[in-house]
Ligand binder design. Structure first.
Ligand code: H79
Length: 404
């Protein structure tokens, strides 16, 4: 029999080309507006919390608008919380009544989301929290063994539903795998993750799975920081725009700036990793203006500078006095976050011959001069940065970038 199974390299290729995705945290917690951990942090009893479902009627939810914004941002995929730690499902489930289909909204938001993304040409990611705070057996397995068993069985059944009922899914993004009192190496046994993920792969042979079910699977997921994995291992940093939480915060006092967000994206790209930037839509389903305009600004920047990000590779030489470097094929890209006031940039250690140096924002060619100590000078540039966020200078080389 000829195997039709794809290799890891084949399955992960689109993901490494994509580099930028949008994370969406949305659920009942949006109504309270104090983040997705509110049930736990304020010790809200499950039955009291469940009352929120009666008020969850998102009149302005429009999956096509979410997808359109992700496209405008230059993102290639989205990941939606199909359910978070509160256990509330945005999809139809035979094994739970605590879903948006069986409560006031009476809608399968996951179905609408998948359809909109496919139509927009975006890849589809599902976040799924293994843990569910409503199960006492999650907090105390000894005292409530039946509850702990039911928790795991529900997770298996719901992951099966998600992998069966919505067509082709590109990413399964587990979270909440940790269990009180268990070591990291015991987590996969608790959730029966080997069995679970074998089932996932039998239903979705091309899917990529993150590393949060107690098993490494396909990619690493540093949270709220950018940290590269070793070469050859895919990774994705996830981050919030507001710094308070992932779910909607009504009075968010602290939003990350656009240059900050672009620098995180470039940092990820420079280490051959992805950036998954989160939005927390309002209870009505719309995305707040503070997040919308930031995503559009990133999209405008990517529209000009995207070739330095999509499918990026590590560049062996650096430009740390001014910013970072990325590479692709025979091109290197110098990302200038700290534009020199004399309009002259020094890049040390380029071994290659440089055929041409171009400012992507303006198309201007820089004058290339080589100096002592293997220095390259890029001259004839303006004294103020041509791009207010990150001016990218493309270096066309005689071969793949090499350092000396
Ligand atoms: O879904 C998002 C978070 O809700 C989830 N992962 C991302 C993608 C996450 N769950 N736990 N954690 C992240 C780390 C736990 C942090 C905690 Fe706390 C510190 C839990 C309680 C104290 C941060 C501060 C969260 C609530 C208060």
């Amino acid at each position: 029999m000829v195997s039709t199974e794809k290799s890891y390299e084949e399955r992960i290729r689109w993901f490494n080309e994509a580099r930028f995705g949008i994370f969406v945290h949305w659920g009942l917690y949006a109504i309270l507006g104090r983040g997705e951990w509110v049930m736990f942090l304020e010790r809200i009893p499950a039955d009291e919390y469940a009352q929120l479902a009666k008020r969850f009627k998102p009149s302005k939810f429009d999956a096509n608008a979410w997808a359109a914004l992700a496209k405008e941002a230059g993102a290639k995929y989205m990941v939606l919380t199909t359910r978070h730690h509160d256990g509330f499902c945005l999809f139809d489930s035979k094994v739970s009544d605590f879903t948006s289909v069986k409560t006031a909204a009476k809608r399968d938001f996951v179905a609408e989301y998948v359809e909109a993304l496919r139509k927009a040409g975006l890849r589809v990611g599902f976040y799924y929290s293994l843990l569910d705070w409503r199960f006492p057996g999650y907090f105390d397995r000894e005292a409530y063994p039946e509850s702990a068993k039911a928790l795991v069985e529900q997770a298996h059944a719901q992951v099966r539903e998600l992998m069966t009922n919505y067509g082709k899914i590109d990413i399964l993004w587990y979270d909440g795998g940790w269990v009180p009192g268990l070591q990291q190496e015991e987590i996969a046994d608790f959730w029966r993750s080997r069995e679970l993920n074998a089932m996932v792969r039998s239903l979705q042979p091309d899917i990529i799975i993150n590393n949060r079910s107690g098993l490494p699977e396909d990619f690493d997921t540093p949270e709220q920081r950018v940290a590269a994995s070793e070469s050859g291992r895919a990774w994705e940093s996830c981050m919030t725009i507001g710094t308070g939480a992932w779910g909607y915060v009504h009075h968010e006092s602290n939003f990350r700036s656009v240059p900050q967000l672009i620098q995180y994206l470039v940092t990820a790209a420079s280490g051959e990793g992805n950036f998954l930037l989160n939005v927390g839509p309002k209870p009505d389903g719309t995305i707040r203006r503070e997040e919308v305009w930031r995503l559009r600004e990133i999209g405008n920047w990517l529209a000009v500078n995207g070739e330095s990000i999509y499918g990026s590779e590590r560049c062996p030489f650096t430009a740390k006095s001014v910013g970072l470097t990325t590479a692709k094929g025979n091109n290197a890209y110098v990302h200038v976050f700290r534009w020199p006031k004399q309009g002259e940039i020094t890049v040390p250690g380029i071994k290659n011959e440089i055929k041409q140096a171009t400012v992507l924002a303006t198309g201007q060619k820089a004058i290339v001069e080589r100096g002592t100590n293997a220095r390259t000078f890029l001259k004839g540039l303006p004294k103020t940065p041509p791009d207010r966020y990150d001016t990218v200078i493309k270096l066309e080389l005689d071969g793949k970038p090499e350092a000396c």
